[in-house]
Design a binder for this molecule. Structure first.
Ligand code: 2HA
Ligand code: ZN
Length: 269
């Protein structure tokens, strides 16, 4: 069997198609990295040797020996399902963390996403918080982005508004969302800032750019982005009208207690 028919590659095709159709990943927007076990990779006809090495551009030593399936730079989410070898790459981080060993994919000579530092640094931060974390996902969801232009960009204020927009929010992301100001993307600096937020949050908003989400599975991580986006959509749809009802803080507390989630108490007003 070839790696293109493996479960992780097929799932990446499904999730990227879904995200494209939701309008979250126009053109080459967005990127995903998925941590794999040796067992997910071994035994395929076409993953046995290093095709070439690609410099990481930062110290990824803490991820040495780990395998990642990563979307490629300049590639379009809408093409992943039809052409996974071209749009995805399977890499293993070298022992000294200075390069990624390509084992499959990037078949046109390409390389991983320009946001590779943000992905790998986020994996390091999330693995420290939750050893089962496997996914980092970046997208440009429409309403979340729209909300960035009309709402205060702070962890507390942004989280509180999202929690008020849908009853499920405080249950799905009780830790809240972290918010970064607009920053230049594709740099180690934005990677470090994202990873710093990822110590506390699975969701990080890149001001006027998009969302980073992390989780155990592609489905769960997608579900997190989807819930944030739904709340932002309700916010934007109701923005022009006077707000005469809301979910009050005492009701948010009742929700969190009923569902037994450990929420950011300091994010209530
Ligand atoms: O890969 O979304 O942030 C394209 C982007 C950069
Ligand atoms: Zn982006």
């Amino acid at each position: 069997m070839n790696f293109r028919d493996s479960v992780p590659v097929v799932k990446m095709g499904q999730i990227t198609s879904n995200m494209y159709r939701l309008g979250w990943n126009e053109r080459n927007g967005g990127n995903i990295s998925l941590l794999l076990d040796e067992g997910d990779v071994a035994g395929f006809a076409d993953t046995g040797h290093v095709i070439r090495t690609i410099p990481t551009g930062f110290d990824a030593r803490r991820l040495a020996g780990k395998y990642f399936l990563v979307t490629g730079t300049g590639k379009y989410f809408r093409n992943v399902a039809d052409n996974p070898e071209d749009t995805l790459g399977l890499v293993r981080i070298s022992a000294d963390g200075s390069c990624a060993e390509l084992l499959w994919g990037y078949s046109d000579g390409g390389k991983f996403t320009s946001e590779f530092p943000a992905h790998m640094m986020s994996h390091m931060a999330r693995l420290a918080a939750d050893p089962e974390n496997r996914v980092v996902m970046h997208c440009h969801p429409t309403y979340t982005l729209a909300m960035n232009y009309v709402h205060e960009l702070s962890d507390k204020a942004f989280t509180h508004t999202l929690w008020q927009m849908c009853t499920e929010c405080i249950v799905v992301f009780p830790e809240g969302v972290g918010v970064l100001p607009w920053m230049l993307c594709g740099t180690n600096e934005i990677g470090e800032a994202t990873a710093e937020k990822m110590r506390d949050f699975r969701t990080v908003i890149w001001g006027m750019h998009g969302i980073y989400c992390a989780g155990k599975t592609l489905d769960e991580t997608f579900g997190l982005a989807e819930t944030v986006e739904k709340a932002a959509q309700i916010y934007m749809l109701t923005l022009p009208a006077p707000r005469i009802n809301t979910i009050r803080d005492d009701e948010l507390v009742r929700l969190a207690e009923a569902f037994g989630v450990d929420y950011r108490r300091d994010f209530l007003s």
